[in-house]
Ligand binder design. Sequence first.
Ligand SMILES: *[C@@H]1O[C@H](CO)[C@@H](O)[C@H](O)[C@H]1NC(C)=O
Ligand SMILES: *[C@@H]1O[C@H](CO)[C@@H](O)[C@H](O)[C@H]1NC(C)=O
Ligand SMILES: *[C@@H]1O[C@H](CO)[C@@H](O)[C@H](O)[C@H]1NC(C)=O
Ligand SMILES: *[C@@H]1O[C@H](CO)[C@@H](O)[C@H](O)[C@H]1NC(C)=O
Ligand SMILES: *[C@@H]1O[C@H](CO)[C@@H](O)[C@H](O)[C@H]1NC(C)=O
Ligand SMILES: *[C@@H]1O[C@H](CO)[C@@H](O)[C@H](O)[C@H]1NC(C)=O
Ligand SMILES: *[C@@H]1O[C@H](CO)[C@@H](O)[C@H](O)[C@H]1NC(C)=O
Ligand SMILES: *[C@@H]1O[C@H](CO)[C@@H](O)[C@H](O)[C@H]1NC(C)=O
Length: 909
Amino acid sequence: MIRRKCFNKSPFLEKVAILASIVVFMSHVSTSKGFLTFSEYALNCSQFCSCREQSIDTLMREYFQKHSELMGEKYRPIFDQDASSDYVDFLGMALTVLNKIVEVTCIVGDGKPHKVSSLLNGIDSYRYTALEVKCRLNEELIWDVPTWQISVNIFASENCRLLPTDSSRGIEIPMNLWIMEVYGGGDSLFEELDIKYTMNTVAFLLAETGSTSIPKSWEGKFMLSASTICLHNNNLKVFECPILFAKHLDTLNLGGNELTRFPECILNTDIMSVTHLSLAHNLVSDLTALYEVQESGKSPGIAIIDLSHNEIRSIETFRDMPLLTTLDLSHNFIKEVNDDALLLLKNLEWLSLAHNRIHTLGNYAFEKNIALFTVDLSHNAIVTVTPSQFPPKRSPMDLNLRRNKLRHPPFHDCANKKLLTMNIRMLASGNPFHCDCKALAFEKCIRWIESAEGNRSMAESVFMDFKFLQCNSPKSIRGRGYAELSFHTSCIQEDDCPPGCACTVMKTTTLLVNCSGNHLMEMPDAIPTQPNNSIVLYLDHNPLQMLCYRSYLRLLSELHMHNCLLTTVTPAAIAALQNVRVLTLHNNLLQKLPSSTRNITLNRANNVTLHNNRWACSCDNLWLPRWITRHRSVLWTPGRIVCSYLRKPVEEFSDMDINCSNSSYLDVVLAACLGISSIVSTLVIVFYYRTEINQLIYSKLGLRFCNTFNYGDVFSPYDAFVSYSQDNYKWIVDTLVPRLEGGEKKYRLCLHFRDFPGGEAVVDNIPWAIRLSRCSILVLSRDFLAKEWCILELRAAFQRLLLMANRLIVIATEDIQMDELTPDLRAYISAHEYLRVGEPNFWDKLELFLPPPRYCRNNDAPGEEVTVAGAGGDNDKKIAPESGGWDRDTSGLTATKSPASMSSMQPPD
Ligand SMILES: *[C@@H]1O[C@H](CO)[C@@H](O)[C@H](O)[C@H]1NC(C)=O
Ligand SMILES: *[C@@H]1O[C@H](CO)[C@@H](O)[C@H](O)[C@H]1NC(C)=O
Ligand SMILES: *[C@@H]1O[C@H](CO)[C@@H](O)[C@H](O)[C@H]1NC(C)=O
Ligand SMILES: *[C@@H]1O[C@H](CO)[C@@H](O)[C@H](O)[C@H]1NC(C)=O
Ligand SMILES: *[C@@H]1O[C@H](CO)[C@@H](O)[C@H](O)[C@H]1NC(C)=O
Ligand SMILES: *[C@@H]1O[C@H](CO)[C@@H](O)[C@H](O)[C@H]1NC(C)=O
Ligand SMILES: *[C@@H]1O[C@H](CO)[C@@H](O)[C@H](O)[C@H]1NC(C)=O
Ligand SMILES: *[C@@H]1O[C@H](CO)[C@@H](O)[C@H](O)[C@H]1NC(C)=O
């Protein structure tokens, strides 16, 4: 740290000063005989004051300590009990040790003017005196101390207005005043002060006066003994070094003024020389004097410059100042530190650039400042630091990088194992660290430091606030500390991760892509891939309908697709899954696997699940039992893979169970359909016979329409219209409604007994109920088939719905055989999927079928009257149950939907 140096004394003036003080003391002692025997006299203290005796040495040290903050205590150790201070040195040992001083402490609050002599009340005449006055009400203090009065030695006032006795003469500072310290002396104090006799003043402080300039009368006056000059918290706009100082000043404090330029004269050694300069809290933006070398040439002796809290916007190359050790540029608006800025400051030891706007540091910004041991760069916008920016060091350097914009801890890869030789100790918390798998490098770095030093706590001697280094992103680990995370066990891979999924690298060897429960309608197009990583993909609990080919399938070691709505596995997809060890397809709606599967053996697999599907035991699936037997050892519960209608394990199914006759009417229809060349007529046929053709193409060619669910308008007031018969009333009211309306997703159901307008026949309202709902649920039972389904209007309404889109969800409450169904329902059900109450995961599946939750839901109570505006599309038309409006709407839907249906007829691979 900086040691206070002996002053460069200017021999001639110094001698004059000493001589003068000796003469003064001698004459005083000889006339009064009293200084050494003060106890003979009682103190006659003024009523406003308290008086006590004190050793000069102690009091001077007290003042020195009081001023230490203004003297730059935060940059250097100022108050050292053992070392004698400047304040005491200047008086000489003998005087301070052998003599006492009377400390007169006054507080006035009567609003009246007071004379200095009356406060002293005669005490001054024989003794060294210190007068300290506080004015509660900004009282006037009349300065009636004559300049020859040598026993007023310290004067300190606070909030008093200093006035001269005679306005033509001004306030003359007595020749033996050692310390003058005035806070708030009035706006005209600078003008009134007459400093021509100040000979023995060591500390001169004038603060909070409101003066805007230094009067002409000060120019050319000497302050022979001055060590500390503080003109802080005034309103000075310029400072041109008016006073002549006989010796090297320790402190010049001009903080809290309104200077806009760095005063050139301060660095001019012909005018003055100072160790510590404070220009804090000014308006300085012009630092030209610090860049340009003046003609006179001698290097300034300045060691500490405080330029904090100014308006500095940029810094250029600082001139060579060989003694400059401390530079405070904090709380400014600096944006950049280029390579040359500090190049010449070879002895700079302490540098603060905190609280600026720095976003760019030159590649070699501090490289040449080899003496640096503290660099404060906190509260900036630095994104990255590199080892080349810092000097090679033998002794440790403290580097504060807190609260920047660093994405990774500084030198997070240990600078290729050079970090320890750099000898840097860092603070780096409060940065928005991004803890993806790149954090592995930092973890390795910490391990390396620990092993290099053979000591676990060593990491903290480099990353001093290691315990407080926190991740800001990814979101899932925001606020977690590096110290508590173990990145080699698991780290987050964000690059290329599909939206909504979580990609994690486990033990640096396995990449886990978790897209489960993510409302995915399609498999992700791409996932991150890394050489030598085995990839595990979770796609379960999504409304996925197809397992399609993706290039990453070849790389997967596990694919979890259970609890989806899978109806289709494409041949290319199953062929690509050659490396898969785990494949879960249970709890889906699969009827079959592509027939090419029969020749594929999943060689690497050790766990494949196929149970709880809709396996069709049909003529073209006759190969499946053999395939299952072949994979028996890797299939999970092969006995539970059962035929959908036969209810026997697929493994046991054979051609004995069914009659595989060659042809049927469907073959004819298919041939006819594919034979028609006109696209228009194909469209018409595809639309009207959609369900049949869908089923046909699927059963014959292994393809099917891409059944994306088309729910009704999101503005529809209801999520689902529920149609049921009386025998299911209890189940509807007790189970279905509470479960869906009271559950987490808060579906809104349309129920005829509750939501239909009264007084009209139920069947009349069904068309609009269907139209105002995003989908319909048909709760199927034998009773329903027998009674409700016979109502013509109901059937007509549902049939339209069947044709329009996949908006009908069929729930069977009891086992119904296919031949019990009417042909239209049978066709629908065999081509689509329906749910059976009580089947595994019934509620999960139902939720997958229902429309996704709306994001913005108005709070209308169900059953309130709704207009068609927004609900259907025909503006301001009242709900029109009559068939005309309905048909028009249907045909509109046809025109927009059919091309999509056609294009989705293309084979997906
Ligand atoms: C003390 O001061 C008062 C006035 O404040 C004066 O009348 C008195 O004579 C003084 N006493 C001595 C001993 O000086
Ligand atoms: C590890 O370092 C800490 C502090 O640096 C020290 O107190 C402790 O004794 C060291 N332990 C060993 C085993 O070196
Ligand atoms: C995948 O994420 C879901 C929630 O998003 C979680 O419940 C599940 O446990 C995760 N699966 C794995 C294998 O980590
Ligand atoms: C992958 O493994 C091979 C051989 O096991 C090795 O040569 C290669 O360096 C590894 N690649 C990576 C990126 O780890
Ligand atoms: C399966 O392989 C057999 C012979 O190994 C071949 O005759 C048959 O065409 C193949 N089937 C499929 C669907 O590739
Ligand atoms: C196979 O997968 C299923 C479903 O994920 C799981 O319940 C079962 O424990 C697994 N079996 C083995 C042997 O890993
Ligand atoms: C299979 O169907 C054909 C005609 O479709 C019929 O003649 C034959 O009797 C049936 N066989 C059995 C076992 O049902
Ligand atoms: C089924 O097809 C075979 C040959 O393709 C034919 O010999 C047989 O007569 C057909 N059976 C019926 C019932 O059409």
